[in-house]
Ligand binder design. Structure first.
Ligand SMILES: [Zn+2]
Length: 188
């Protein structure tokens, strides 16, 4: 399993990747980005929940840490570790300047406000909250976005269901008690 694309896609006109204070590598605006801009598609291999389970078994926290799963719908998960693009490096924030939008089988990262050149792009991952989560689990999904309204975890703790970019959603709730631990976010 390779982590890098062999075919280099065209460089995105809006951002470049570099080290982030939030986590690992982040995406930073290289020009002023107007509100409403469709910045990049979140791409990757489309796989089933069963295949996601096979690739990222519960009992391997190190492996989970490097997954880039995004739930597209009830059947399909996008695994950006395979055929993914730079969208997978956009970090989570509790006070985001972008949002992930699903349209006709595609996931897009759109600017939801005017983003000044130099700012880090981020969106709210909204990892689905599952009732089985304990306080400890939420800490494992710790958020370090640094925003004033940081909720301390990338899990959507108010349970508002929207986009669920989550290990749980990708795998179903049946193993919820044993999974969370790592996955929280890829990056290496
Ligand atoms: Zn936060």
């Amino acid at each position: 399993m390779t982590k890098r694309n062999t075919a280099a896609p065209a460089r995105n006109p809006w951002f470049r990747l570099r080290r982030s204070r939030i986590q690992g590598t982040g995406a930073f605006a290289i020009v002023d980005i107007p509100k409403g801009t469709r910045i990049i598609e979140y791409t990757g291999e489309h796989i089933t929940n069963a295949e996601a389970d096979r690739r990222y078994p519960d009992d391997d926290p190190a492996e989970r840490h490097h997954t880039f799963l995004f739930t597209l719908n009830s059947r399909i998960v996008i695994d950006a570790a395979h055929d993914g693009n730079d969208a997978r490096f956009i970090n989570h924030s509790c006070d985001p300047n972008c949002d992930a939008v699903i349209e006709r089988g595609h996931i897009w990262i759109d600017a939801i406000e005017d983003i000044p050149k130099g700012a880090e792009l981020c969106y709210d991952y909204q990892f689905e909250h599952v009732p089985e989560y304990t306080e400890q689990d939420l800490r494992l999904y710790q958020c370090r976005c640094g925003s004033a309204n940081c909720r301390g975890t990338i899990v959507k703790v108010d349970r508002r269901r929207k986009l669920a970019r989550t290990w749980e959603a990708a795998h179903g709730r049946r193993h919820a008690a044993s999974r969370h631990a790592g996955h929280a976010h890829r990056r290496s």
